[in-house]
Design a protein around this ligand. Sequence first.
Ligand SMILES: NC(=O)c1ccc[n+]([C@@H]2O[C@H](COP(=O)([O-])OP(=O)(O)OC[C@H]3O[C@@H](n4cnc5c(N)ncnc54)[C@H](OP(=O)(O)O)[C@@H]3O)[C@@H](O)[C@H]2O)c1
Length: 254
Amino acid sequence: MTSTTDIFSIAGKRAIVTGASRGIGRAIALAYAEAGAHVLITARSEEGLKETAALGAEFNGTIDILAADLLAPESAEAAILGAAETLGGIDILVNNAADDHDSPIEKTDLAVFQRVVDLNLQSCWVMTKAASPYLKDGGGKVINVASVLGLVGMRDDSAYIAAKHGLVGLTKAVALEWARKNVQVNALAPGFVETAMLPQLGQEGVADYIRRQVPAGRWSQPEEYAGPAIFLASSASDYMTGQVLVTDGGLTAQ
Ligand SMILES: NC(=O)c1ccc[n+]([C@@H]2O[C@H](COP(=O)([O-])OP(=O)(O)OC[C@H]3O[C@@H](n4cnc5c(N)ncnc54)[C@H](OP(=O)(O)O)[C@@H]3O)[C@@H](O)[C@H]2O)c1
């Protein structure tokens, strides 16, 4: 029988994590490296990527970096090819890079909507498609970092919410296409996380609102997504596909 340590093991796996120059992507990349995976991290900021790699230098796994702007489909595809070459294949793809733009629909330009959708949804489609020959070699995992805003709405964030709902749809669709190939495609849906994407936490009114609204009474830290991301990357989740793992302190259970 397989031990519980073995079912959560990703030692020796080859992973690409996007948006790993800071925040949740950095926390997931470090957790994977600590667990013995060979990780290629990507984002625009080479400096941020180097910082992540330096933080993981003491771990068993290796972290390689590849700077890329994933807004352009050609560079998203090139990032996958570069990762496959550096890693010698791809077992795990974490589509995490994203951007937000809060504003009411009347005050949001089409160009802004397109930019948010191109990064938060289209780039995930492009990268998943480009990674398919490698993932389908056997036992691949795709983890799309969505959001609770991929499940419910909120005012004044239409582009982000449309893109994240689309990402949940993409997760289900590709999961069904690849289920017989033993490739699992799941989404991770964070609630409020203290990262650069949520600068509003600095405003006492917003911080108070979150404390009141979230049943756990607090927001989360990027490191709290390491466990769910290891689970979704490991054989512990082999019979789970097309699902959304919600990690939100109880926010959407209300
Ligand atoms: N923070 C939250 O409360 C929260 C809640 C729910 C879901 N999420 C989701 O969690 C994921 C990570 O977000 P985070 O909170 O860690 O945000 P973050 O700290 O702002 O990190 C975003 C990452 O995406 C990268 N990125 C942005 N634009 C890019 C581009 N054009 N090309 C390549 N990489 C790009 C950034 O790196 P560069 O700037 O160096 O390119 C950075 O590494 C996102 O999918 C986000 O939607 C966050």
